[in-house]
Structures are given as structure tokens and as C-alpha cells.
Design a protein around this ligand. Structure first.
Ligand code: NI
Length: 220
């Protein structure tokens, strides 16, 4: 499976299927990606991004799924703690400590809870934490799902910063950690190399710092 970080929280998993998570690309477009499945962690404009324009089968929490369905998007609705299979790809929805709403024509519409995903494809397990603060049940996520890769926000302000994400990485125990949700804008500036050095000096975990558009092969 190939994992591509498209900047911010947008991640493409390319294996048996193409799964695009949180399709917001700062200064770019997801239009050329043609994913089979889109997964959206919550309703803010940055995870939601081009979800409606793409119009692909979209996995989301039930309230957000209802909103997207009304916009003409084919949806797979689910809730936190649940697992579904979509075209052979498994999605388990995890908690995230964050808010969630959609701005629609100037109004703020509630879109359920913010979430993260455990995604299983081609024998590999990827944890996308979504936008979240640190919470100790990340230990449970590690114990239950044993993710091979964890995508963790480090930008601070709206999510965990570097210090909290270091603790999260230890809770989850994925051998490879990829930092996300940082340096998109000034308000979420963070140094991923400090994150990498601090984790690799104190644990056996590896941090892969990608540039937007950068890919790694996993499971090979
Ligand atoms: Ni958010």
C-alpha cells in the first residue's frame, strides 16, 4: 500500500482501493485523484474540503452523513465504536476530542461528533486520528487495533501539539508515526523534526516526516 500525505490532514491510501481521508488540499485540488472511497473525520471546512464536489462514496458519522446525503453525496453512515466494510476496506470510527459543525450559507449546522478512523486494507492497519486533543483511551486504540501507522496532528491550537502527540504516539504504539495538521497556516506552526528527534531518541518508534505530496510504501 502506498500512503501519500497531501498536506494538512489529507491522506491518500492507495492499495486494492484508493481511500482519500479529509479531502482538503491547501492551494490545490483533489479533483484528479479519483478515489474509490472518501472518509471524513468531522464537519469543519478543512476536513470536509472537496467531499461534496468529489461526490464519491463517503464514510462519515451519521449526522454528517445526513448532511452530505442531502447534498447528493452517496454515504456510508456510521458511529463511534462501529466498524463497517466498504468495498473490502474496513473502517472503524474512533473518538476524537474536538468539535464538529458545518458552515452552510452563513449558518452553523451541527454535524455530530468529531472522529478518527482505523482503516484496514490489504492486511495493513492505518490510524488517522482526525483533529484531536490527547486522550488516554488512545491506549485502548493501540491495544485493540494495533495500527501499523498512526497519523497524528501536531500543530497545536486546535489539536495536540508536539508534546502531547509524543505521548499519543507512545499510547498507540504504531511503529511508524506520520505528523499531520501542522504548518498549513501560521496558527498551527510546528517543527516536525523536533517531534521526530524526540520520539526516536526515547522509543523504538519511527517518525516519517513527509512533504505535502510525499509518499511512503508501507508493508513492503
Ligand atoms: Ni477541525
Amino acid at each position: 500500500m502506498q500512503l501519500t500525505w497531501l498536506g494538512h490532514s489529507c491522506v491518500l491510501l492507495s492499495g486494492t482501493k484508493k481511500v482519500l481521508i479529509d479531502p482538503f488540499i491547501e492551494g490545490g485540488s483533489a479533483a484528479g485523484i479519483q478515489p474509490d472511497i472518501v472518509a471524513v473525520t468531522h464537519g469543519h471546512y478543512d476536513p470536509l474540503g472537496e467531499t461534496v464536489a468529489l461526490g464519491k462514496k463517503t464514510v462519515a458519522i451519521s449526522e454528517l452523513a445526513k448532511y452530505l446525503k442531502a447534498k447528493g453525496v452517496p454515504v456510508e453512515s456510521m458511529g463511534i465504536g462501529g466498524t463497517i466494510r466498504v468495498d473490502g476496506v474496513s473502517f472503524t470510527m474512533t473518538p476524537a476530542l474536538h468539535s464538529s459543525s458545518v458552515e452552510d450559507a452563513g449558518a452553523i449546522v451541527s454535524s455530530g461528533l468529531a472522529a478518527g478512523f482505523i482503516i484496514g486494507m490489504d492486511g495493513l492497519t492505518v490510524y488517522h486520528a482526525g483533529d484531536t486533543g490527547l486522550f488516554s483511551d488512545m491506549k485502548l486504540i493501540g491495544d485493540l487495533y494495533h495500527p501499523d501507522i498512526a497519523l497524528l496532528p501536531i500543530g497545536g491550537r486546535y489539536t495536540m501539539g508536539v508534546a502531547e502527540a509524543m505521548i499519543a504516539a507512545n499510547f498507540i504504539g504504531a511503529k511508524t508515526i506520520i505528523p499531520i495538521h501542522y504548518n498549513t497556516w501560521d496558527g498551527i506552526a510546528a517543527d516536525p523534526e523536533i517531534f521526530k528527534k524526540s520520539i526516536e531518541r526515547t522509543t523504538d518508534l519511527k517518525v516519517r516526516v513527509l512533504q505535502p505530496g510525499g509518499s511512503i510504501e508501507i508493508g513492503s
